[in-house]
Write a protein that binds this ligand. Structure first.
Ligand SMILES: Nc1ncnc2c1ncn2[C@@H]1O[C@H](COP(=O)(O)OP(=O)(O)OP(=O)(O)O)[C@@H](O)[C@H]1O
Ligand SMILES: O=c1ccn([C@@H]2O[C@H](COP(=O)(O)O)[C@@H](O)[C@H]2O)c(=O)[nH]1
Length: 246
């Protein structure tokens, strides 16, 4: 249970792993996970926290995988970006069913389906308590939704990028492959690079570092983990400048 009384963050950029959305299925979206995430986001909104959301697309398509199978990489990435719009539509629907006001924006024009990304409008929606889902990544191929999360997080002046993933945080090695791997509570930006830890791709990570955007990585399947992160409790792994970790 948290010993902190006030949330640590006022505005967050929450990145949800697309792959984690599929649960035990090999493809697609598990409605139970979607509804649980919607409830957890609702709790944050009720605490007065402004929530920007980026969802991955790994449960549907990844450009790199499609290119390996012979498809043109740009076309594969376009399919990957559209996959994140599908996840965004599903999440907006789940949030609306949970009586949470949410808007879906896309970095690619999709008139009639959702709004096109607009920075000023996003800020104004966040201030009015709406959850804003940023889909279609950065709108460009050869990037990932981790880059989109850091980019949008910096643009909306979020207090942190919270990366919800399938493992408890950042380990000394991939914990799925190496059960001996140790979990880190805190890391500085240079430590992540020195230790060659796979937190997110380099483009995303350096963007966060260069703009002093703290990153917190935690398990989206662990009940209460998101709330603990929000309250500033020791949960998952925090990456920041050394002086902010002290
Ligand atoms: N040092 C490490 N610490 C923690 N996880 C690691 C590490 N190295 C590799 N991983 C792997 O990275 C995975 C998390 O990846 P991540 O959440 O970034 O998925 P993703 O590819 O961004 O998801 P999606 O594309 O579906 O949104 C973990 O499941 C873990 O197996
Ligand atoms: O800015 C972006 C973001 C994503 N893509 C493509 O979408 C898929 C899914 O995103 P993940 O981060 O892997 O979940 C990604 O593999 C890319 O193919 C993109 O092109 N540009």
């Amino acid at each position: 249970m948290s010993t902190n009384l006030k949330p640590k963050y006022r505005r967050i950029l929450l990145k949800l792993s697309g792959e984690a959305l599929m649960g035990d299925e090999g493809f697609g979206i598990d409605p139970k996970i979607l509804d649980r995430m919607a409830q957890e986001i609702k709790e944050l909104v009720e605490m007065g926290i402004q929530v920007g959301l980026v969802i991955g697309g790994g449960n549907l398509f990844r450009g790199a995988g499609l290119a390996e199978a012979g498809m043109n990489r740009v076309v594969g990435d376009q399919m990957g970006m559209l996959a994140t719009v599908m996840n965004g539509l599903a999440m907006r629907d789940a949030l609306h069913r949970a009586f949470v006001n949410a808007r879906l924006m896309s970095a690619i024009d999709l008139a009639g389906v959702c709004d096109t990304y607009n920075w000023a409008e996003a800020i104004s929606l966040l201030k009015s308590g709406r959850v804003v889902i940023f889909s279609a990544g950065t709108g460009n191929p050869f990037f990932t939704t981790d880059s989109a999360a850091c980019l949008r997080g910096i643009e909306i002046e979020a207090d942190a990028v919270l990366k919800a993933t399938k493992v408890d945080g950042i380990y000394s090695d991939d914990p799925v492959k190496n059960p001996e791997a140790e979990l880190y509570n805190h890391l500085t930006y240079p430590e992540v690079l020195e230790k060659e830890l796979k937190v997110m791709d380099l483009a995303a990570f350096t963007l966060a570092r260069d703009h002093s955007m703290p990153i917190r990585v935690f398990n989206m399947n662990k009940p209460g983990a998101l709330k603990a992160v929000i309250m500033g409790d020791e949960e998952g792994t925090t990456i920041d400048h050394a002086e902010n970790l002290a």
